[in-house]
Design a protein around this ligand. Structure first.
Ligand code: NAD
Length: 252
């Protein structure tokens, strides 16, 4: 087994399910100690237990990515247990698709609080620890909709575009401290959350539009997140990597 993240300490928001869970497990397999940060106790516990049972190091952390104090507390708890945080994956998102006119203020506020402010709280919580450790890497989970239009997804795409902007500008601001900031734009990926809102027909339509002709798996995103966090990506920062089977730029 390779240990590309040996000695790293990672905080993964929304680590209890889907893409976040796959990233937690992949980071642990690569030698990182992982803070599984999620809203839900049972699933954060389950991921951390699975990692520890396999011989890895992990800690469940219950919290809300929208709350600055929760993210700061998570970074502090990880530092106390494993040492300064050197990897951050901003993955948590709250999303409701639908015509903009039908979206109420509370829904829009929640989407911005989790999907955008959560990223900013993450930066603020870990940057001092990364500086102390001599560097680090941040991977933001964005979306192809950051750069292409999405019907019924005005808020979602605008938030993900803001995340892409915070990736580029974060790279400029934190680069001199040896902290890289990158993003992943996942194509349609069969996660627990996405399975709840996309029908069988919907998946089939997506599959047909993907040049590679298969849907994304959480492990596709985890593989990319390991690469971006690793030394192999040491000269990559500010970029958004499309892990999408080619769908974003395919015109069909
Ligand atoms: N699945 C896809 O097709 C797809 C495509 C593009 C982008 N993405 C992005 O990938 C990320 C993960 O998506 P997913 O499909 O794996 O989601 P998911 O719903 O399967 O899992 C999300 C996890 O985040 C946790 N979570 C939600 N809100 C939280 C909060 N406020 N604080 C802490 N934890 C919270 C949930 O409890 C859950 O464990 C999101 O940012 C999403 O926008 C997903």
């Amino acid at each position: 087994m390779s240990e590309r993240l040996r000695g790293k300490v990672a905080l993964v928001t929304g680590g209890g399910m889907g893409i976040g869970r796959a990233i937690c497990e992949a980071y642990a397999r690569e030698g990182a100690a992982v803070g599984v940060f999620d809203l839900k106790t049972e699933i954060a516990d389950d991921v951390a237990r699975t990692i520890c049972d396999a011989g890895g190091r992990a800690m469940p952390i219950v919290g809300n990515a929208a709350k600055r104090t929760d993210i700061f507390a998570a970074a502090d708890a990880l530092k106390a247990e494993f040492g300064p945080v050197t990897l951050l994956v901003n993955n948590a998102m709250y999303n409701r698709y639908g015509p903009l006119e039908a979206q109420d203020e509370k829904t829009i506020g929640l989407m911005i609080d989790v999907g955008f402010k959560g990223v900013i709280w993450g930066y603020q919580a870990v940057i001092p620890q990364m500086r102390e450790a001599g560097g680090g890497a941040i991977v933001n989970i964005a979306s192809p909709s950051a750069v292409i239009a999405m019907k019924d997804g005005i808020m979602y795409s605008a938030i993900k575009a803001a995340v892409a902007a915070a990736t580029r500008s974060g790279a400029a601001e934190f680069g001199p401290d040896n902290i890289r900031v990158t993003a992943i734009a996942p194509g349609p990926t069969q996660t627990d959350g996405a399975m709840r809102v996309v029908t069988e027909d919907g998946w089939e339509r997506r599959r047909e539009r993907i040049p590679i002709r298969r849907l994304g798996k959480p492990s596709d995103m985890a593989d990319a997140a390991v690469f971006l966090a690793s030394e192999e990506a040491s000269f990559i920062t500010g970029d958004m990597l499309f892990v999408d089977g080619g769908i974003t730029y395919a015109f069909s």
